[in-house]
Design a protein around this ligand. Structure first.
Ligand code: FES
Length: 86
């Protein structure tokens, strides 16, 4: 029987997360969301999928927003779209 690898499971979770984003947030996934630290948007989404459910946790995992913080709002948009608020 086929057993998905950890990476395959992660790919599926990542794809599901991307699918649930509003169209405007799906753009430029490979482009740097955090220009200061050269962190692509997809890496931020990956961190959120891996449990970084707050800005500070995203910063700790990826270093995004660890410059002058100019990308914080974009990260918050992704958190708002992806984190279950129950
Ligand atoms: S773009 Fe992320 S801290 Fe400046």
């Amino acid at each position: 029987m086929f057993k998905p690898t950890v990476n395959k499971v992660m790919d599926n979770k990542l794809q599901q997360a991307i699918d649930q984003l509003p169209e405007i947030l799906k753009r430029d996934l490979d482009e740097n969301l955090c220009v200061c630290n050269q962190i692509p948007k997809i890496k931020v989404i990956e961190a959120i999928v891996n449990g970084a459910d707050a800005l500070e946790k995203v910063r700790q995992q990826t270093f995004a927003s660890d410059g002058n913080g100019c990308c914080k709002l974009q990260i918050k948009h992704l958190l708002n779209a992806l984190v279950d608020k129950h």
